[in-house]
Design a protein around this ligand. Structure first.
Ligand code: F6R
Length: 241
């Protein structure tokens, strides 16, 4: 586990984008595992800047997002499908058919989740997985639990996550109570993991993930067992290390 500290969230974004850019330059048809939420936004902005500057080409890239809410339309302003369109995909030359986000509206959610895992395997696995971290230590929507869940699955969101995500919705009552999330299996199988954490509200979760026991009650702690993981942190998120 490598820890990289930066003064600001903007620097964290630039560093994460530099690592993703290096991956795309080395292997244009890389399979990227992508995250939503506030943490990767500066990273995506920097990737867009590099694309607009003619440095990066996304036309061979394949992506699989970590998660999606259950039961909201894909074009809902808070869906993760929409987030990816607004914050990255519509600004670069990625081929729409090469981007994937779990289906939160499938008639058979479990079957769709299993098919998502299978599609990632068929694509050769994830080269670089981008992660944020929840205040409760979740990665993707792998919430604190008694066991790690390996496969893509439907998850009941915890009160902590619903409260944290209320900022994106009109009220907490509007936050979906379930999501579809990659399990820790596909994340641990990724050839490289970049975890982005910024802000003081992530400091406890980061410290528990880095220094605590590997424990499903802090899902991110499993990354201690990954062979190639980099935590990209600003001062505030690194404050308790
Ligand atoms: C998002 C995801 C979540 C977020 C986490 C942090 O796709 O899987 O695990 O990374 O909730 O969210 P932010 O970055 O909004 O603090």
């Amino acid at each position: 586990m490598q820890i990289c500290r930066f003064s600001t969230a903007a620097q964290v974004g630039q560093a994460a984008a530099a690592l993703i850019a290096a991956q795309l330059l080395r292997k244009p048809d890389s399979v990227l595992g992508l995250a939503t939420g506030s943490s990767p936004i500066p990273t995506y902005q920097e990737l867009i800047r590099l694309y607009q500057a003619g440095v990066l080409d996304f036309s061979h890239m394949v992506s699989y997002n970590l998660d999606e809410y259950v039961g909201i339309p894909v074009d809902h302003v808070c869906s993760y499908h929409r987030f990816m369109q607004d914050n990255l995909f519509s600004h670069v030359n990625v081929r729409p058919e090469c981007t994937h986000v779990p289906d939160g509206n499938a008639a058979d959610l479990a079957a769709a989740a299993a098919a998502y895992d299978e599609a990632i395997r068929a694509a050769g696995g994830i080269d670089v997985q981008v992660l944020g971290i929840g205040r409760n230590g979740h990665i993707g929507f792998n919430e604190p639990a008694d066991v790690f869940t390996w496969g893509c699955h439907v998850v009941n969101l915890t009160e902590s996550t619903i409260e944290a995500n209320t900022r994106f919705f009109a009220s907490s009552a509007d936050v979906p109570r379930q999501a579809v999330s990659l399990g820790v299996g596909a994340i641990m199988d990724a050839r490289q993991v970049l975890l982005i954490a910024t802000g003081s509200d992530k400091a406890d979760a980061v410290a528990a993930a880095v220094h605590g026991d590997i424990d499903p009650h802090t899902p991110a702690s499993i990354l201690q067992a990954h062979h190639q993981v980099i935590f990209l942190l600003d001062e505030a998120a690194a404050a308790k290390l």
